[in-house]
Design a protein around this ligand. Structure first.
Ligand SMILES: [Zn+2]
Length: 94
């Protein structure tokens, strides 16, 4: 979090906004935790576990809906849907 979400002042790493005095420590921790979950999801994707990545991204978005996390969640959901559709379209062994 680079700017205060209330007054847009630059934070420079501070947990309290110098302009409006808002306490932002909890929001900053939620943002960091959300980013850590998104990073873990990327790791799962690198290992080929898209289902685990989807679960981690769901939790990440609850904590902090960063645009890049939302985009990644959409990509993972879309690829899982395509994989599921492809499996459903495959002929079954008799
Ligand atoms: Zn502020």
């Amino acid at each position: 979090m680079h700017r205060c979400p209330l007054c847009r002042a630059t934070l420079n790493g501070a947990e309290t906004c110098r302009r409006c005095r808002a306490e932002l420590g909890t929001a900053q921790r939620a943002e960091r935790d959300g980013q850590a979950l998104a990073d873990a999801a990327m790791h799962c994707l690198a290992l080929g576990d898209a289902d685990a990545a989807k679960q981690l991204l769901r939790r990440a978005v609850v904590l902090h809906a960063a645009p890049e996390t939302l985009a990644l969640r959409q990509i993972v959901a879309s690829s899982l849907r395509q994989f599921s559709d492809a499996e459903a379209g495959e002929p079954r062994d008799a």
